[in-house]
Write a protein that binds this ligand. Structure first.
Ligand SMILES: [Zn+2]
Length: 320
């Protein structure tokens, strides 16, 4: 019998990562290319086709590619489309699943990137053995993925767990979110959110800081994390505020779902304990008594280059 493999594709705003993955989560070979989200969708498909064919040419005669799993921003598993992806110039509704299916003549399963990450953690990461947990991806935006009773919670419209867009500030002057609403969690708790906090603090505080000479666009999550690790008072204050908002939200989400754990991923989670400790403190302060001391908050150990494991888990998950 042939050894079956799936292709996992992690489609991001900057890079697209892809790789062939076995059932046990072994990455046979993988690659990465620039997504070029501002170029036409057809250009992306052409590049994807040639990259996939390169990977396939390395397969042995005993190996067979059976399915493709894709994680992408704003992807809807029901329609197979990316719906209004901000930061992409590919149109309002991008027929991603159908287009990829047509090129490779293989079944394609699609979900949003954070849901794919939740499946990846369940199959191959910290969620192994857990039946109820929530993944939060703290990158450019904030994505959520909920595993409920061992399965991904999809919701009525395929759009469950949009945790980035719960309201945390009902003030009319609250921060404007890309989604059109104001006061969304991701305007505070994401790389973009903490950048906004840093610039507010630079205006409010008089402390010296190397962050003062960095422009908004150049200020990455890594630069902010490194500054905090070196004891920069503005960066540390920004992490305190971010952790406070995140911890309160986790307490709220716990009241809805009673999870075993929250697993944090993405650029902001690289700050480690600087984010984790105050987040746990804030969560515990706000938790309903029944949950106090019983819910873990963890930082994912999946390196970002292995992000294809999520979409691969999605492709394998179809068989369950
Ligand atoms: Zn929003």
């Amino acid at each position: 019998m042939k050894k079956e493999v799936v292709l996992g594709i992690d489609l991001g705003g900057t890079y697209t990562k892809l790789g062939l993955v076995t059932k046990t989560g072994c990455i046979l070979n993988n690659s990465r290319f620039d997504t070029n989200a501002r170029m036409p969708f057809q250009d992306f498909l052409k590049k994807l086709e040639s990259e996939v064919n390169d990977l396939k040419s390395n397969l042995g005669p005993e190996q067979q590619l059976i399915r493709i799993g894709i994680g992408a921003p704003n992807a809807n598993p029901q329609s197979g489309n990316m719906e209004n992806p901000p930061n992409f110039k590919w149109g309002r509704s991008v027929p991603l699943a159908k287009s990829v299916e047509k090129i490779f003549d293989l079944p394609v399963v699609l979900t949003n990137d954070a849901n794919a990450a939740a499946l990846g953690e369940m199959e191959y990461g910290l969620g192994k053995g857990m039946k109820n947990f929530v993944v939060l991806t703290l990158g450019t935006g904030l994505g959520g993925g909920i595993i409920n009773n061992g399965e991904l919670l999809t919701g009525e419209h395929g759009m469950a767990a949009e945790l980035g867009h719960v309201n945390v500030d009902s003030n009319p002057n609250a921060r404007q979110c890309n989604c059109g609403l104001k006061g969304c969690l991701e305007t505070y708790v994401s790389v973009t959110g903490i950048r906004r906090t840093i610039f507010e603090l630079i205006a409010e505080m008089t402390d010296d800081s190397p962050l003062r000479s960095i422009s908004f666009d150049e200020m990455t999550g890594e630069i902010i994390s490194d500054a905090a690790l070196e004891g920069d008072t503005i960066a540390l204050r920004a992490f305190e505020q971010t952790a406070e908002a995140l911890g309160i939200q986790l307490a709220d989400t716990a009241a809805h779902l009673d999870p075993e754990a929250f697993i944090l991923l993405g650029g902001l989670s690289k700050a480690g304990d600087i984010l984790l400790k105050p987040t746990i403190d804030a969560m515990e302060r706000k938790l309903f008594n029944a949950y106090k001391g019983r819910i873990k908050v963890l930082i994912s150990k999946t390196p970002s280059e292995n992000a294809i494991l999520g979409p691969a888990a999605l492709a394998w998950n179809v068989e369950h």
